[in-house]
Design a protein around this ligand. Sequence first.
Ligand SMILES: Nc1nc2c(c(=O)[nH]1)N[C@H]1C(S)=C(S)[C@@H](COP(=O)(O)O)O[C@H]1N2
Ligand SMILES: [Mo]
Length: 547
Amino acid sequence: MGTREARAAEAVKRSPRRSRDAFAALAGVLAAGAGVLAGEVSAALLSPSLSPVSAVGGAVVDFAPAAAKDWAIQTFGTGDKAFLVTVIGLALALLGAAAGVLELRRGGLGAALAGAVGLVGLGAVATRSLSSPAAWASALLAGIVAMSLVRWLIGRLRREATMPGDMDERDAARSPARVTSPGPVGSGSGALARRGFLRALTGTAAAVALGAVVAGVMRGTALAASAAREALRFPAPKDPAPPIPDGVEVAAPGVSPLVTPNADFYRIDTAFVVPSVDPNGWHLDVTGMVEQPVRITWAELLAQPLVERYVTLTCVSNEVGGNLVGNARWLGWPIRELLARARPRAGADMVLSRSVDGFTAGTPLDALTDPARDALLAVAMNGEPLPPEHGFPVRLVVPGLYGYVSATKWVTELKVTTFAADKAYWSTRGWSEKGPIKTASRIDVPRRGTRVPAGDVTVAGVAWAQHRGISRVEVRVDDGAWSPARLGAGISRDTWYQWAASVRLAGGHHRIAVRAVDGDGQIQSADTTPPAPDGATGYDTIDVEAT
Ligand SMILES: Nc1nc2c(c(=O)[nH]1)N[C@H]1C(S)=C(S)[C@@H](COP(=O)(O)O)O[C@H]1N2
Ligand SMILES: [Mo]
């Protein structure tokens, strides 16, 4: 064993209390890391859909006040999960450090803290709808590993700190044998204990690093599962989407593409990790107020006559001018066909759809049975199997309703029920039971706050009022009159429309606003209201500087 280690051990021993605290904190962080890794790796093996960290994340998402969630979605958008993981990681590191220092102060105290954190993990698992004995075991393992490592590592550090030799440090330092010894410093159990701590610390660090590599490889396996998804081929639709009519697109650089590529499609959900659902084990149950409960498997679903429709999804959390809206071509089976098999009973007025991770949405039954509204059990998005984060293998798509009351991803159950008897996920958190999409319009170009050349300027964007369609879009410069924009033909009334207008801007500051009129002739609401409880209203307005 090298002299370097011996010197390091000496440093630990001679370190004043503050740096011993630092070593204890480091040991605590490592113990926490080892616990988390043990839990995550065992969960990846035993309960792929629920790990201790994802359980804590899910519980945080569910129990956080709605305002905090709204804030996270508004602030971080699709990065809200990454933000939450970071916060949880930092919190665990801090708790680990605290456990290390506490354990150094008093044996057992830090381990108790680690155990308490483990209990929180167990509690979080208990609140998840996917909790299983395996998920419980993973959380338990995480807690036990962290507890025992804190106890073990700090035990070594404490022994070193209270060695008889240390009481007498200056004497020891004066000893010539000590100063000149080229070999291991000192002799007997004290020196061994001293080096023992560092060895244990580096050993733990190595184990944590190895665990991280193993976890990385397992992630790779999950990626392999998604390769299976890519190998899927769907039958041709019995009823393909009608071809996109001419004149749908308005030529205006910078306007949102009519069809949103999957990679750019907004993602909003409460799922902490994307549920990975094997289509071969998937089935959908129609339950509740029906004459005939029905179960349909993946193979049975694909054997139905599938239809293809363009539908624009919108999130109720979308601010005026926001980007939580996207248009895609969906392949699926009309939900009304499935419901017809189950035969809903009289009195039912709602379908509570449930996803594998327990999320629920409450959709008016008549929106799903309406022959004029193609509500789909969708399996493909823009010609690809649903991306995992957009609900693979099956999700709901209902034209005209905000996502939170209709667009359940990873769907596994349709319970026919009543609004009086059942409450969906967001309805118990301050959002409206019903969520028809409000008429809205957005300016894509010019970008807000930019400079534009004075003269004729193209203003362009999108407008939507799903299932009612858009009949007119108007723009206004400063306090001028509303003037009509060129309106694209629209793929269907269930999708958004592009629009463009040319406005003449003299040099200086200008404010440009847009508003839309829906297919029923209703003008978009001018009142400025926030997203909660049933969707934002107001006119999208931008400021530009013409030079
Ligand atoms: N399982 C599940 N499905 C869900 C949600 C969810 O949290 N969990 N969120 C809904 C909301 S609020 C919206 S706006 C849409 C968004 O769908 P997307 O992520 O594919 O754009 O999904 C809906 N479906
Ligand atoms: Mo949403």
